[in-house]
Design a protein around this ligand. Structure first.
Ligand SMILES: NC(=O)c1ccc[n+]([C@@H]2O[C@H](COP(=O)([O-])OP(=O)(O)OC[C@H]3O[C@@H](n4cnc5c(N)ncnc54)[C@H](O)[C@@H]3O)[C@@H](O)[C@H]2O)c1
Ligand SMILES: O=C(O)[C@H](O)COP(=O)(O)O
Length: 495
C-alpha cells in the first residue's frame, strides 16, 4: 500500500480521501527540515501547501518518493528541477483556490479605498476619528490587472460588477480573450499610467521579479493604490516604502512578501500599508477544494498511474491510464531493446505512432520510450525525468503520428540515430494487450520479450553457427537463453 505524508496544515478531507482510496497517510504538519529529512525516505507521496520546502537536499533523502502534491497553485517552495531529476512527479491544484484568492484581492481593494484596517484600529482605541478616514469610491475607477490568468480574470469579472473599468497587461492574453472578458489590453506602462488601482496576478519568474520597481511606481498616477495577492518579489519593497512615504502611492495592500514568513519586513510600520500573512487561499471552501483535489490526484497517480495537473510530465487521466497500460509496456520494451542495441551517443530519436495508438495520448508513451532507451545507461531514469535528460543530452526527440493503418492495426516504431548508425525497432500489441516486437532494423520478425533474452545477428559467415547456420542465414533472432544452452560457447563468442 503506498504511503503519503501530509506535511502542511491541510483540510482533514485530504487524509480521509487517501484512506478511502487505500493509501496509508501520516499527517505531520510543522516538522522542521531535519525532522522531515529523517522520515521522508519512508513515503511514496508528499502533500504540501506553501510552508514545507521541498528542496534539492530534502529530495536527496526521499528515496521512495514518487509524487509531490501541492494543495494550491504556486510551487515556488518545490525544487521542480530537482524533483524531475529524481523522477518525482510534481502536481498542483490550479483552480481550487482561485475564487477565494480573487476575493481576497477585492477585499484588499475595498480595504485600501476605505482604510478599513486603520479605521478599525482607531475605533477600537476609542478615538472616533470620523473625519480622519475619507475614502474613495470604486465605481468608475480604473483597475489595472497585471497577469490576467485564472485569478486575474476572476478579479476582472468582480471589478466589472463593481462598475470599474478594467485594463490588463498580460503578454499571453489574446485579443479575443480580452474582448470576451470585456477588458482593455494594454502594455504595462500604459496600464500603470492610467490605473487608479493596480492588482498583481502573475507568477514570480525572471521576467516578473520586481515588475513593480521604482520606475514602474514612478509611472503610476499620484494617489494610485497597489495590491499584491500573487507572490512576494513582484514588488521592490524598498522602492514601495519610499513611494508610500512620499505619498506618491496612496496605499498598498500586500498578502505576500519577498521573504516569508514575513516577521520582519522593511515595509512594516509604513503608513497606508495593509498587510495580511499570505491569506489569499485561506477560506474553508478553498482549502476543502484543494485538499480533495490534491488527494484524488496523488492517489490516482500512486494507484493507477493517472497523471493530472502535473508540472513536469504529460497528463494522463485515471480513465486513460488503464487503456495506455499495455502500450506503456510495449513502449518500455521498444525503448529498452533499442537502448541495449545502442552503443554510441544518441543524437536523434523519432517515435512513430501508427493505427490505433495514433489516436491515443502519445506524450506519456514517448516519455516511456525514452525511459526505456536511456535505462541501460542511467539507472535512475524514469518517465518523469527521461524527456529532460534527453534534452540535457541534446537528443533531438520527435513524435510522428500517422493516421494511416499499416500491416498492423497498431504500431510504435522507434528510430534511434547515433553518430555511427541508425537503428529501428517496432512493436505492436496482440489482442490489444500483449506486446510483440515485429521489426528490427527493417527485418520483420515476431518476438514476445521477457526479462532475459538473447539477441543475435547472424552475419551468415560460413561455419560460424554449425547446424544453426542455414536456419539463421540473414536473420535476426531473439531467443530465450535456454534454447541456446547447447551452443552457449558459440553464442558467447558471437556476442
Ligand atoms: N496569495 C495567495 O494565497 C495565492 C493564492 C493562489 C495563487 N496565488 C498566486 O497567484 C498567482 C496567479 O495565479 P493564477 O492561478 O492566476 O495563475 P495563472 O497561471 O492562471 O495566471 C498567471 C497569468 O500571468 C501571466 N503572466 C505570465 N508572465 C507574465 C508577465 N511577464 N507579465 C504579465 N503577465 C504575465 C500569464 O500569462 C497568466 O495569464 C500565482 O503566482 C499564484 O502562485 C497566490
Ligand atoms: O499559490 C497558492 O496556492 C497560494 O499561495 C496559497 O498558499 P497556501 O496554500 O500556503 O495558503
Amino acid at each position: 500500500m503506498p504511503k503519503v505524508l501530509i506535511a502542511d496544515k491541510m483540510s482533514p478531507r485530504a487524509a480521509e480521501i487517501f484512506r478511502e482510496r487505500g493509501v496509508e497517510v501520516d499527517e505531520k504538519p510543522g516538522l522542521d527540515k531535519d525532522e522531515l529529512a529523517a522520515i521522508i525516505g519512508h513515503y511514496d507521496g508528499l502533500a504540501v501547501r506553501s510552508s514545507t520546502k521541498a528542496t534539492a537536499k530534502l529530495l536527496e533523502a526521499a528515496g521512495n518518493l514518487k509524487v509531490i502534491g501541492r494543495a494550491g497553485i504556486g510551487i515556488d517552495n518545490i525544487d521542480l528541477a530537482a524533483a524531475t531529476n529524481h523522477g518525482i512527479v510534481v502536481m498542483n491544484t490550479p483552480f481550487g483556490n482561485s475564487i477565494t484568492t480573487a476575493e481576497h484581492a477585492i477585499a484588499m481593494m475595498f480595504s485600501l479605498a476605505r482604510q478599513i484596517p486603520d479605521a478599525n484600529a482607531s475605533t477600537h482605541a476609542g478615538k472616533w476619528e470620523k473625519s480622519g478616514f475619507m475614502g474613495v469610491e470604486l465605481a468608475g475607477k480604473s483597475l489595472g490587472i497585471v497577469g490576467c490568468g485564472n485569478i486575474g480574470s476572476i478579479v476582472a469579472d468582480r471589478a466589472q460588477g463593481l462598475k470599474m473599468r478594467v485594463l490588463a497587461f498580460d503578454p499571453y492574453l489574446s485579443a479575443e480573450r480580452a474582448k470576451e472578458m470585456g477588458v482593455t489590453k494594454l502594455e504595462l506602462d500604459e496600464v500603470l499610467k492610467r490605473a487608479d488601482f493596480i492588482t498583481l496576478h502573475t507568477p514570480l519568474t525572471d521576467k516578473t521579479r520586481n515588475i513593480i520597481d521604482e520606475r514602474a511606481l514612478g509611472l503610476m498616477k499620484k494617489g494610485a493604490r497597489i495590491i499584491n495577492c500573487a507572490r512576494g518579489g513582484l514588488i521592490d519593497e524598498v522602492a514601495l516604502k519610499k513611494a508610500l512615504e512620499s505619498g506618491h502611492i496612496a496605499g498598498a495592500a500586500l498578502d505576500v512578501f519577498a521573504q516569508e514568513p514575513a516577521t520582519d519586513n522593511p515595509l512594516f510600520g509604513t503608513p497606508n500599508l495593509i498587510a495580511t500573512p499570505h491569506l489569499g487561499a485561506s477560506t474553508t471552501e478553498a482549502q476543502v477544494n484543494v485538499a480533495i483535489q490534491v488527494a484524488e490526484q496523488m492517489a490516482d497517480y500512486l494507484l493507477t498511474g493517472g497523471v493530472t495537473n502535473a508540472l513536469n510530465m504529460p497528463s494522463m487521466t485515471a480513465e486513460e491510464a488503464p487503456r495506455l497500460q499495455p502500450y506503456m509496456a510495449l513502449a518500455r520494451q521498444i525503448g529498452g531493446f533499442a537502448g541495449q542495441l545502442t552503443r554510441n551517443g544518441v543524437t536523434k530519436v523519432t517515435i512513430e505512432y501508427e493505427g490505433h495508438v495514433a489516436g491515443l495520448n502519445t506524450r506519456p508513451l514517448t516519455a516511456v520510450v525514452l525511459e526505456g532507451l536511456l535505462k541501460p545507461i542511467l539507472e535512475s531514469v524514469n518517465m518523469v525525468n527521461a524527456p529532460v535528460i534527453a534534452r540535457e543530452r541534446d537528443i533531438d526527440v520527435s513524435e510522428v503520428v500517422h493516421e494511416r493503418e499499416g500491416d498492423y492495426h497498431t504500431l510504435i516504431r522507434l528510430t534511434v540515430t547515433t553518430d555511427a548508425q541508425t537503428r529501428t525497432v517496432a512493436g505492436t500489441l496482440f489482442s490489444n494487450r500483449a506486446p510483440r516486437i515485429v521489426e528490427v532494423h527493417g527485418v520483420s520478425l515476431e518476438a514476445e520479450l521477457s526479462d532475459h533474452m538473447l539477441y543475435i545477428i547472424n552475419d551468415d559467415r560460413p561455419a560460424l553457427w554449425g547446424r544453426w547456420g542455414p536456419l539463421w542465414a540473414n536473420m535476426i533472432s531473439i531467443l530465450p537463453p535456454s534454447i541456446l544452452a547447447d551452443h552457449k560457447r558459440a553464442v558467447t563468442q558471437s556476442l
